[in-house]
Design a protein around this ligand. Sequence first.
Ligand code: NAD
Length: 554
Amino acid sequence: MTQTEPRVIRAPRGPVKTAKGWSQEAAKRMLMNNLDPEVAEHPEDLVVYGGRGKAARNWAAFDKIVETLDRLEDDETLLIQSGKPVAVLRTHEWAPRVLIANSNLVPHWATWEEFDRLDQAGLMMYGQMTAGSWIYIGTQGILQGTYETFAGAAQKHFGGSLKGTVTVTAGLGGMGGAQPLAVKLAGGVSINIEVDPTRIQKRLDTRYLDEVADSLEDAIVRAERYKGEGVARSIGLLGNAAELVPRLVALNWTPDLLTDQTSAHDPMWGYLPPVTPDEDAGKLRQDAPEEYRQRAYAAMAAHVRAMLELQRRGAVTFDYGNNLRQRAYEAGVEDAFSYPGFVPAFIRDSFCEGRGPFRWVALSGDPEDIRATDAALLELFPDDERLQSWLTYAADQIAFQGLPARICWLGYRERDRAARLFNEMVADGRLKAPIVIGRDHLDAGSVASPYRETEAMKDGSDAVSDWPLLNFGVGIASGASWMSFHHGGGVGLGFSQHSGLVIVADGSEDAAQKLARALTNDPGLGVIRHADAGYDLALDVARERGLDLPSLGI
Ligand code: NAD
């Protein structure tokens, strides 16, 4: 029998397009880039990151999307229903070229059980956040956000730097793999528990992780030594967090900072329960799914109980947006929510200013284009110290995965300025090909996620998902190249709804106008959402930067 070789996808590069417009070409290249082996966690299964976050429903759907984007006219819109291209409609030139809806279920049915049934019947796929919306750029994408979080923790608890502290976390996957480097950037030492040796190797290869310990005891010795020397360093540790975090309690050793980024949002496919050496987790999941589920839940409960105990002993503990607390709560840990999520703990002020992830990708494929945009932003925002230090570091240290890309955090009335500058640089030839601009859904105004982005809102409006729907509509009305509406990203089915925006700077005058509107209104919604919830900072920003909010008299 002949074995079929896995398909290897790599986006085309350069200034020559085969699609009829740059928005279509960009959508095609970004879909492909999401599945580039340098970018995706499991490209052979179309899985990009975040458990089973996929870019297309199956290979037939992928091929059909690519083929359709190549023939799509500038006044047509392609509809994608959970990773499958379902229709091409005549619209108009200012309409998005692609509209995407991923994993959405009527609230009463919004469970993993129902999703799994539909997934197995071939009717759905899980889009995560930037997987199904075609704007994942590899681990760098989250590095800046993760850095913001650890820098926020340093600011709040450790006098502005993590120097001389040890962080313990788990999960070195697509997103979690950014943690060791982010802690290091914030000045600290970290121990990073990961059950899959290939994930550890990948982080070593891409310089996100410095070294690997032989055992928990060895990791602690190394960490204490670096801590004492004030050296920033990251240590990987092979093992299961559900066993190793409780062992920290038993060893009576408490880290300074404690979190977790395993894929706990997905108890069936994301969080791996401990197995004995003669057991195969994959086989157990297939042969005895109920037993597997129960073991995953029991493991998450043990993990969280240990985190709570370490918190009582003084570790600054926070949830890192994977819904681990909820899973432990479902498994009977009543005080699972005794430690906060990272957004209310460290990020909310940024959201009040509409500050959030702004990412861009060079369709030329030439790293020089990203270098030129880095330099241009350093000049455009000379007074933003965080931006200055991040971009300087990133330009020097970040290894690109797939198409060269960059991310930084910019706020309301900043993203539009950056985007228009990039458009001018494409127009006058300073850049060799168009630039794609988008963002994560970990964002100020496009997400309803009560255990993450909208946890503990001032007015109690955590679960109101009118806001991401308005965001989806606003992007469409403002000239985005493609918009997406997803359910279940980050924290899993039933727990979040969120919208994604991507837009292309192709150097044209039309693009300049679309960029100005879309990238003013999109972060604007973050300010609006937080002003409406009563945050003083957001109200000030709304007044100072000229938003029109009739119900607030602004
Ligand atoms: P991933 O699936 O690529 O990686 C998860 C990693 O956890 C895998 O490498 C897996 O081997 C490891 N793992 C699973 N169970 C384990 C266990 N018991 N002990 C040790 N390691 C274990 O997922 P990802 O993209 O890295 O995302 C991780 C989680 O973070 C997801 O739940 C995701 O939804 C969430 N997330 C958070 C943010 C954020 O900003 N905080 C953003 C995106 C995603």
